[in-house]
Design a protein around this ligand. Sequence first.
Ligand SMILES: Cc1ncc(COP(=O)(O)O)c(C=O)c1O
Length: 404
Amino acid sequence: MTQKKLPDNLHRDTLAVRVALDPSQYGENSEALYLTSGFLQPDAETSARRFAGTEDGYTYGRTSNPTVTSFERRLAALEGTEAAIGASTGMGAILMMCMGLLKAGDHVICSRSMFGSTIALIGREFGKFGVETTFVSQTDVAEWKAALRPTTKLLFAETPTNPLTEVCDIAALASLAHGVGALLAVDNCFCSPALQRPTELGADLVIHSGTKYLDGQGRVMAGAICGPAKLIADVFAPIVRTAGMTLSPFNAWVVLKGLETLSIRMQAQSANALAVARWLETQPKVARVYYPGLASHAQHDLAMHQQSGQGGAVLSFDLHGEGADAARANAFHVINSTRVVSIATNLGDTKTIITHPGTTSHGRLTEDQRRAAGISQALIRLAVGLDHIEDIKADLARGLDSLT
Ligand SMILES: Cc1ncc(COP(=O)(O)O)c(C=O)c1O
């Protein structure tokens, strides 16, 4: 069935619930989930043309699927990019980007505070293939500038970072990258397009872990790259077809439906996070709170400008405590005293999640590396969901108030 043609210039809230492929002949109002590995071809000639790429049409599930296409179009509409391409996970999207853009002898600049698996993938795995990476301060643009080389092909940033919520200046990094003919990619996982649209600030590519806020309810793994249509079609789509980091149609469908509520979830979860962060700042057992929405945050003004005036839903806080063992014991006490929030390592869920970065996401670093990254054993990360803030506060207060 042919969909009514959508008018131009619709608001993002409307795009979030409307952009998709046309309904099938049955006229379903909720987008169809096409669970199939292969697609029937009307005849051998059509099949040959589709495989040769001279005619549009679905052929095989590793290459493309209509439900995945609907997700890609909706995400691109929200990010304001020409196109998007799905991946099996956020790391699958980063792998696709690196395979597409880098070759031996190329140079990459990344923030030192990026997600650990990203650092391992680019620094260690791509290092094996002759790609060199310089890791620099998240917030010091001068360090990024000093690291530029004639061979620099990619600047890759993530903002805010996990778990310390450090914010980098997307526009400044975009102008550095473009000055040497490199691309700027931004991992927009923490803010999502509901709060931050990196290409409006000059970034060329946006990376997503759809596992986080795009799904929003902790159900499936997913990833995506958003960017120019030509790059997606000519560089990244052939990699998905060949290397197989394909987004499953079921996961694409779950995240497609998640996008419909993304904006209201991000607004509500950011408001909850701000309330909890402000309350934590008043707690005597808390040494420091890291949250871009707080005036005390080092890049508060930049964050408010880049992130639609919102801090996002992830915050971290340090407890007092002398020595790593005592600090860890205090953090574990607060975490173990919770009865509502979930002890887990994911984020982006409607359920509030509490994590001890020092023994989970950053547990494989040495104590020295952790210290250099500013991650103490007393640090706790909270990915604030839609639980009532009074319940979250009471859950945290149980452990904080009984700390000796
Ligand atoms: C900022 C960031 N980027 C990428 C990823 C990787 O996403 P996925 O777990 O979907 O591979 C994560 C996962 O936690 C993340 O926090």
